[in-house]
Design a protein around this ligand. Structure first.
Ligand SMILES: Nc1ncnc2c1ncn2[C@@H]1O[C@H](COP(=O)(O)OP(=O)(O)OP(=O)(O)O)[C@@H](O)[C@H]1O
Ligand code: SF4
Ligand SMILES: [Mg+2]
Length: 328
């Protein structure tokens, strides 16, 4: 079992390569997509870790690997004090009940031919988590209430709901088995800007009520600001900075984090005017042949010779503030 100081989730050296086809003469060279490379982090009970990075940086792969939904190339994962890297069968099914996924697209992720009641009930039925139809109906009703949907939602189809309401249905379903950890993969990116805050606030309320931990994935820093206790910044498959929320937003150390932040609007117009917008030049590097040394060197305004050769390790510069940059 997990000790009092042990985090709920511990990920060490997580690496995921996907097969990337073939190249070279007669296709003899087998290519690999280096999606996630040597990623380590922890999440405590009741905590939200925001995971932020551009498209293709490996966020979804990290989230899915944590849930053991993609094969790991290397690394280890502990959940609630148990090493879950290699578990399978019934043990893995039991674990999956305690770690759930909320998807980005509430339009594509809900089966349009099932009623909302059946969608929310499905995990309870599959995992034999309730006894009899009465308990099932009560539990579905309770879950719908928890996410702010009316009880009569159960008999309707997803089509009848707006994007924000559909995401509430997805959240109700994810919470059905009373998980400890929810991986939320860009849960508000597909939603109208005006309703994003409502869904984020709901997730925050649920966290307080139920003691949930979140891995909250987003591609911009504005979305995760209010919900995150700590934030990890990913670039080209690696975590380049990981710190408490205030350190990330007020004292960022990595040039990439600074560039991301410069695109986030600040409510105070004076501060906003003073701040220089850092525009990142260059392409996101190919995950098939990622740059040597610091993977950010092809776009970094501060890059020097060493950056092109030696990989900067993720080291703690201040208590709880880790950064991977030779100059930070
Ligand atoms: N099944 C797969 N097979 C091969 N390559 C894959 C597979 N899934 C993802 N990739 C590649 O791995 C890299 C990381 O993808 P991932 O989906 O984890 O990134 P992401 O940060 O979630 O991006 P986005 O913001 O677009 O969702 C990308 O280059 C992607 O094309
Ligand atoms: S290690 Fe070098 S290239 Fe990488 S972020 Fe730091 S200064 Fe830029
Ligand atoms: Mg993704």
């Amino acid at each position: 079992m997990r000790g009092a100081t042990e985090p709920l989730l511990r990920v060490e050296g997580l690496t995921v390569n996907y097969p990337g086809g073939r190249a070279g003469w007669l296709g003899r060279e087998r290519l690999l997509v280096h999606a996630v490379d040597d990623v380590s982090f922890t999440i405590s009970q009741g905590e939200t870790l925001g995971l932020v990075g551009e498209t293709g940086s490996g966020k979804t792969t990290t989230g899915r690997a944590v849930l053991r939904r993609v094969p790991l190339t290397s690394g280890r994962i502990w959940f609630d004090g148990h090493d879950i890297t290699e578990i399978g069968g019934r043990e893995l099914r039991r674990l999956r009940a305690r770690m759930q996924l909320v998807f980005q697209d509430p339009y594509a992720s809900l089966n349009p031919r099932m009623t909302v009641g059946d969608i929310v009930a499905e995990p309870l039925v599959v995992h034999h988590a309730v006894q009899g139809r009465h308990e099932l109906r009560e539990r579905v009703r309770e879950l719908l209430r928890l996410v702010g949907l009316p009880p009569d939602a159960a008999s309707r189809y997803p089509m009848a709901f707006s994007g924000g309401q559909r995401q509430r249905i997805g959240i109700a379903r994810a919470l059905a088995l009373r998980p400890d950890l929810v991986v939320a993969d860009e849960p508000v990116s597909a939603l109208d800007v005006s309703i994003r805050a409502q869904v984020v606030n709901l997730m925050q309320d649920l966290q307080e009520q139920l003691g949930l931990a979140y891995l909250f994935i987003a591609h911009d820093l504005a979305v995760v600001r209010h919900i995150s206790h700590r934030v990890a910044i990913m670039y080209a498959g690696r975590i380049v900075e990981l710190a408490g929320r205030d350190d990330i937003y007020e004292r960022p150390l990595h040039p990439y984090t600074r560039a991301l932040l410069s695109a986030v609007p600040i409510p105070d117009p004076a501060t906003q005017r003073e701040r220089r917008r850092v525009v990142l030049r260059g392409e996101i590097p190919s995950p098939i042949r990622p740059p040597a040394g610091c993977r950010f060197h092809t776009r970094c305004p501060l890059a020097e010779a060493r950056c092109r050769v030696e990989r900067p390790p993720l080291v703690e510069r201040h208590p709880g503030h880790r950064v991977a940059c030779w100059l930070a």
